[in-house]
Design a protein around this ligand. Structure first.
Ligand code: GLN
Length: 456
């Protein structure tokens, strides 16, 4: 814990931590020491972690990287962080992210973006750590903590993991409680661990998982021993390679990485099978209807009354002006865009054309996966991202759709509620990390992590 706290102070330039909690960390570390002195301490006991700013942590600023939550200190602790602390984990502080987890580069954060500790060979251009869990990825990759919590609505654990050369898993929807995590799109959001290794991810996920009566979508399903599943034995397992993920214009390096992953799994005794997920091309548009729709509803609560920021009012302003001014000042441009898209697609005149259609597409995407799993596929191997980490500022100024295209390989998994893991598999020609994604059957995180273990 001490060496992490020192490293964090020395790495302020990365912008990974937006709020440091050294007093809490030292107190928790002392308690962990006492537990470790006795037999039977849990695996996470004394392990220093970073917590994404989206998690409510009692008495500690929890702002979802938004100005609208400025100064908000929750009266309660999220279920995930409660579980982690009960297991003896130590909180070093809160981690940077895109505002309300909307973004793929960490550039929508009210704190300014976190920076990727990696650089292109011979270049000083600062790169994005990805998003929205960019601070988590940056902190883990730079060894400022041993692991970090992330959340993933459309790729926000897996894409930053891939951009920073670490492992990140989005569990099956319902595996981890959403209680006390600031909601973005409730039917898609899941929390998960971001770590240096697959084994760490297994241990960390174990501690986060399990039924929580406070989240009605949390599943009452036993949590198996994820670490015990890491045997490295995948002989006879069927790995699906979906042809729809071979996109036009895919960089040769991503193609080569994918081929390498396929060879590694074949060498380990897996059976490689070409599969089809025919509705893949509709996933991105469906996601960018459903996620903003749910966000517009979830974000209605930020009205200047209940939490955080309230605008200064002029003489004669009423409650409507208070709402308008507070939300106009408090939400950044990307969040405002999402709220407007969401409100539009849910409006009476357009509901059927957009929201309802997107829901139907979502059902078809889910069915595509169910079909291949029913035909014996154990997991599906794809690239995690369409490129390596890009330069900060390179995409943010462009058309927002350019940024949305980053999520092309990851959003299907959230729409279908499946577990997905990103694992680092190699470097590109400029020395930047690249990741592959494995998608698993529902509740099969154990096998999924074991498959990822073979790629590590
Ligand atoms: N980049 C996606 C978005 O902006 C995913 C975000 C996420 O998973 N939280 O919506």
């Amino acid at each position: 814990t001490m060496s992490c706290l020192t490293a964090i102070d020395a790495a302020d330039g990365l912008g990974a931590f937006v709020h440091k909690t050294p007093e809490i960390a030292l107190e928790q570390a002392r308690a962990a020491d006492a537990r470790l002195a006795a037999p039977g301490a849990p695996a996470l006991c004394g392990i220093p972690l970073g917590i994404k700013d989206l998690f409510c942590t009692k008495g500690v600023p929890s702002q979802a990287a938004s100005n609208i939550l400025r100064g908000f200190k929750p009266e309660y602790e999220s279920t995930v962080t409660t579980r982690l602390f009960d297991a003896g984990a130590v909180m070093l502080g809160k981690l940077n992210m895109d505002e309300f987890a909307m973004g793929s580069s960490n550039e929508t954060s009210c704190y300014g973006n976190a920076v990727n500790p990696w650089r292109r060979q011979g270049s000083n251009v600062a790169l994005t750590p990805g998003g929205s869990s960019g601070g988590s990825a940056s902190a883990v990759a730079a060894d400022l903590c041993l692991g970090a919590t992330g959340t993933d609505t459309g790729g926000s654990i897996r894409q930053p993991a891939a951009f920073t050369g670490i492992t990140g898993i989005k569990p099956t929807y319902g595996r981890v409680s959403r209680w006390g995590i600031v909601a973005f799109a409730s039917s898609l959001d899941q929390a998960g661990p971001m770590t240096k290794s697959v084994r760490d991810a297994a241990i960390f996920l174990q501690a986060m998982s399990g039924h929580d009566p406070k989240d009605s979508t949390s599943a009452d399903i036993a949590v198996p021993d994820f670490e015990a599943a890491l045997t490295g034995d995948i002989r006879g397992k069927v790995i699906g390679i979906p042809r729809e993920y071979r996109m036009d214009g895919m960089p040769a390096e991503i193609e080569a990485l994918w081929t390498r992953g396929i060879e590694m799994m074949r060498d380990a005794g897996a059976v490689i099978r070409d599969i089809s997920l025919p509705h893949t091309k509709y996933a991105l548009p469906a996601y960018y209807v459903i996620a903003p729709a749910e966000a517009s509803s979830n974000l209605a609560r930020y009205d200047g009354v209940k939490y955080g920021h309230r605008a200064k009012l002029a003489q004669g302003d009423g409650i409507t002006e208070m709402y308008e001014k507070t939300r106009a000042e408090g939400f950044g441009p990307e969040v405002q865009r999402r709220v407007m898209i969401g409100t539009y697609v849910l409006s009476a005149g357009f509901y059927d054309a957009y929201y309802n259609r997107a829901r139907k597409v979502r059902a078809l995407i889910k069915r595509d996966f169910e079909t291949v799993f029913a035909e014996g596929v154990d997991s599906i191997l794809t690239p995690a991202t369409p490129s390596a980490a890009f330069g900060l500022g390179e995409m943010a100024s462009a058309d927002p759709v350019e940024m949305y295209l980053n999520d092309v390989f990851t959003v299907t998994v959230n729409l279908a509620g499946l577990p997905g893991v990103a694992v680092p598999v190699g470097l590109d020609g400029q020395g930047l990390p690249l990741g592959l994604q494995l998608i698993g059957r529902p509740w099969d995180e154990g096998n999924l992590l074991n498959h990822a273990y073979v790629l590590e």
